[in-house]
Design a protein around this ligand. Structure first.
Ligand code: 5GP
Length: 237
């Protein structure tokens, strides 16, 4: 038994789109040796610069559904019209080797893990405010206007699930946030308490942001229609 390693932990990192989860995870891997990252499978298309097998395994719907049938996922969920899932084998192997395996996943998947593996550490990363989250998501310029709106709407639902997480961390200063996440994993303590008032304000601000963006999208569509009609009028003259 002398060689037997203490199994590693399952570390779930969730958070609204744009809060910087990806950067937190990258820093955690760079700064501390005991972590590995589970690479998820998805049916969404790669963004510019993303690599197959590094950021995700990018697969077809058919391949993904095949994996579901074969029970190949630890968890899986749909998000913004696409499938996302955690391949089982890597996680099982790595935790047996004593590594802490990070799963950067959305809330439905996190809840599946919580039910199956009560020892998993569930961490929700958020921003100081909804406005800050919106600014970061829009600022990274990787999504279309419609995709951003869909992610804002999803964030409203996700805010309702924050209370089910063991720990909440605010990503205001990146280095502090990374240290805090590591402290939580190591010592089972840290982060901030779930605050229903914060959630209420976050949702209310997000709804205002959604309304404004929906109105702007409507205005743009009307302008486009008007310009097509104008062009047609010119051509017919
Ligand atoms: P993105 O398209 O921005 O890379 O990811 C969209 C959402 O899917 C993010 O909240 C991300 O954490 C989540 N996600 C990524 N991989 C998985 C996975 O394997 N399972 C689940 N449930 N969610 C995932």
């Amino acid at each position: 038994m002398a060689d037997e390693k203490r199994p590693g932990k399952l570390v779930i990192i969730s958070g609204f789109s744009g809060v910087g989860k990806g950067t937190v995870v990258r820093k955690l891997l760079e700064n501390f040796g005991q972590y590995v990252l589970s690479v998820s499978m998805t049916t969404r298309k790669p963004r510019e610069g993303e690599k197959d097998g590094v950021n995700y395994y990018f697969v077809t719907n058919e391949k993904f559904e095949n994996m579901i049938e074969k029970d190949g996922f630890l968890e899986h969920a749909r998000y913004a019209d696409h499938y996302y899932g955690t391949p089982m084998d890597f996680v099982i192997r790595s935790t047996k080797e004593g590594k802490n395996v990070i799963l950067e996943i959305e809330v439905q998947g996190a809840m599946q893990i919580k039910e199956k593996y009560p020892d998993a550490v569930l961490i929700f990363v958020t921003t100081p405010s909804a406005m800050e989250m919106a600014k970061r998501l829009i600022g990274r310029k990787t999504e279309t206007h419609e995709q951003i709106l869909s992610r804002f709407k999803r964030a409203v639902e996700e805010a309702e699930q924050m209370k089910n997480y063991d720990f909440i961390v605010i990503n205001d200063n990146l280095d502090d946030c990374v240290k805090e996440v590591n402290r939580i994993v190591e010592n089972n303590e840290g982060g901030v308490r779930y605050d229903p008032q914060y959630k209420k304000e976050f949702i209310s601000d997000l709804q205002k942001i959604i309304k404004k963006h929906t109105e702007e999208a409507g205005k743009r569509a009307m302008e486009q229609i008007a310009s097509v009609i104008k062009d047609k009028g010119k051509n017919n003259a």
